[in-house]
Design a protein around this ligand. Structure first.
Ligand SMILES: Nc1ncnc2c1ncn2[C@@H]1O[C@H](COP(=O)(O)OP(=O)(O)OP(=O)(O)O)[C@@H](O)[C@H]1O
Ligand SMILES: [Mg+2]
Length: 342
């Protein structure tokens, strides 16, 4: 058993090294892998993942969205799609990834991943090989892979964040969400991953204040964790978002004049203008890194391969905690940390 796990690990690493050297040699154009994540749940990750991916796609940048929230897959619901197959069927060798991918608006690719990726924790060598080979086929077709993850600091979430090139950490201006975002950043930092961190303050009532709130959190992270987090921007509180969810149509298309769309456009420009070329080997290499760390949750997968929603084990991940955010260095008692001063 341990021997099999060892040989799997060696094989997976060798496979990814092949891809990485291809990318480094310039033979393969390495796509960017962007994980969208948050400390607190319900702050707007799935909506941001889908609408930001659309903004990239309409800019002529070939984009795919991977639904990797192992608890509750949401992307398809926001789009009003019902996938027939998921990555699980790819792993079983029953479908090719191309048959699982759903066509989204403007040619956006939607990859229903959740249950299949959860099951990957218990995958055997053949299944892992199949998954990697299939994902490798995306390498040449996609420039950005946007990964919608679950919230919190469970290993099954951190695996995706730590494996990405970039992570967009979504928070709202609420102290609980900020405290959980800080806790998540600390947990990512502890993985020693070179993932670059970016912050988005969603649902702000006032853009400059939201921006300042993000900068304060980034300042706190720089001071106490010596880790750099860039403030990518803000998204306004906008009733068009909830209306679009109800209609199961992305607000980017359904509400073209909305403030939320203008903000998402700015975020897409930020990503295209400010994010440097990826250097971690593209999509297959990303999947290899996820698979190499997901097995830590192996014992948790039930017979369907679904992982239970894990309780936060980190005190900072407790979104029910005090709004004063105890334990966040320099945060409790920090005047106006609820949302930046006017
Ligand atoms: N900018 C916004 N303005 C107004 N409402 C918003 C905004 N962003 C998100 N919402 C509301 O928050 C809800 C939750 O958003 P979403 O499902 O994207 O969050 P999530 O972080 O993916 O949640 P989960 O952690 O459960 O996966 C949306 O259905 C919408 O009603
Ligand atoms: Mg979600």
């Amino acid at each position: 058993m341990a021997e099999q796990a060892d040989s799997l690990r060696r094989w997976v690493h060798a496979k990814a090294d092949d891809v990485t050297s291809e990318v480094l040699a310039g033979r393969l154009k390495g796509p960017h892998v962007l994980a969208i994540t948050s400390g607190k749940g319900g702050v707007g990750k799935s909506n941001l993942a889908l609408n930001l991916a659309l903004a990239l796609q309409v800019r002529g940048v070939a984009t795919a969205v991977l639904d990797a929230d192992l608890g509750l897959a949401n992307i398809n619901i926001i789009l009003g799609q019902e996938p027939d197959y998921t990555v699980f069927d790819v792993m079983q060798g029953e479908r090719h990834l191309a048959d699982v991918v759903l066509p989204g608006p403007h040619g956006l690719m939607i990859i229903p991943g959740a249950s299949g990726l959860a099951a990957a924790a218990a995958a055997n060598l053949d299944q892992v090989a199949t998954l990697l080979a299939e994902f490798q086929s995306l390498e040449a077709q996609v420039e950005w892979l946007v990964v919608d993850t679950g919230a919190g600091i469970a290993p099954s979430v951190l695996a995706f964040v730590a494996a990405a090139d970039e992570a967009l950490i979504v928070t709202t201006p609420e102290p609980t969400a900020l405290a959980d975002a800080y806790g998540l950043i600390r947990a990512v930092d502890e993985t020693a991953s070179p993932v670059r961190l970016h912050l988005v303050v969603n649902r702000t009532a006032d853009a400059p204040r939201g921006q300042r709130t993000g900068e304060r959190l980034a300042g706190l992270v720089a001071k106490s964790l010596q880790r750099s987090v860039a403030v990518a921007g803000v998204v306004m509180e906008d009733a068009a978002v909830a209306r679009a969810v109800m209609r199961q149509e992305p607000f980017y298309l359904g509400a073209p004049k909305s403030a939320a769309r203008a903000d998402v456009d700015r975020l897409a420009d930020y990503l295209l203008d400010r994010v440097p070329a990826p250097r971690r080997g593209g999509i297959a290499s990303f999947v290899r890194r996820v698979l190499a760390s997901v097995p830590r949750a192996r014992g948790d997968a039930d017979s369907d391969g679904r992982l239970p929603k894990q309780e936060p084990t980190h005190p900072m991940a407790n979104s029910q905690g005090s709004p004063e955010a105890p334990g966040m260095p320099g945060m409790s008692g920090m005047p106006g940390m609820k949302e930046g001063p006017r």
